[in-house]
Design a protein around this ligand. Structure first.
Ligand code: GRF
Length: 222
């Protein structure tokens, strides 16, 4: 008998390349999930084209059509519940969720952010990392909470910031890793391996790599 797949709902606003990485993970059999529905806050999001191509139900919900942020969130909750969604995955979704939404899916909402949180929350973070002069940046998958990019961290990937980087070249380097860590985080959730202890995420049976370190610039003999 086939095991039950985790039903996920994906929230998007734009290109949907992270959505695509989840679709690819599912289609390759690496991710034990199914996308029950995708909600786009923008009618012209390319993510909708990806849904059509892969036969994924998609719904457009525009915040402009609702009198309050809570009313917009309630509409999304209704759609997600009607598709029996167990985990909400924000993938380039450009709206901040209200407590109404967070309380409807407690610790069942993931977000991806293109920086090593808690450094550089918010927007335009690749340019901020370059302007600050950090040698590394990366991406973070975390559970959503009431703050902006403040929730418990699940998985992070690190990339170097290189001389001559622009926001675009750094964003592309980070995005490649986003496409790897987001499906991985969802798979950990699907396997029931994520638990919360305070604000820490505990990963059950997690391999460790105590000796690994990254240097930028590389060390010369030290
Ligand atoms: C990603 O960099 C994600 O981290 C950020 O918005 C971008 C969305 O890209 N939240 P896409 O729509 O998944 O291509």
């Amino acid at each position: 008998m086939k095991e039950k797949k985790l039903k996920i709902g994906v929230l998007v606003s734009g290109s949907g390349s992270n959505l695509q990485s989840i679709i690819d993970g599912i289609e390759a059999g690496r991710l034990d999930a199914e996308i029950s529905v995708t909600i786009s806050s923008k009618p012209d999001a390319y993510a909708l084209v990806r849904c059509k191509k892969h036969g994924i139900p998609a719904v457009v919900i525009r915040h402009q059509d609702f009198p309050t942020r809570e009313a917009f969130d309630r509409q999304m909750i209704d759609v997600l519940r009607s598709h029996a969604v167990e985990l909400v995955v924000m993938a380039g979704f450009m709206r901040v969720l209200t407590p109404v939404f967070l309380n409807a899916f407690p610790m069942k909402i993931m977000n991806i952010h293109p920086a090593l949180l808690p450094a550089f929350p918010g927007t335009h973070v690749q340019q901020q990392a370059i302007d600050h002069g950090v040698r590394f940046s990366g991406c973070t998958v975390h559970f959503a909470d009431e703050g902006v990019d403040t929730g418990p961290v699940i998985i992070q990937a690190v990339v170097p910031v290189l001389a001559g980087d622009t926001a675009d070249t750094l964003a592309a380097r980070i995005l490649r890793e986003e496409h790897r860590i987001y499906p991985q985080a969802i798979q950990l959730y699907a396997e029931g391996r994520l638990a919360l202890s305070g604000r820490k995420v505990i990963i059950k049976e997690c391999p460790v790599m105590p000796e690994s370190a990254f240097h930028n610039p590389p060390l010369s003999g030290f």
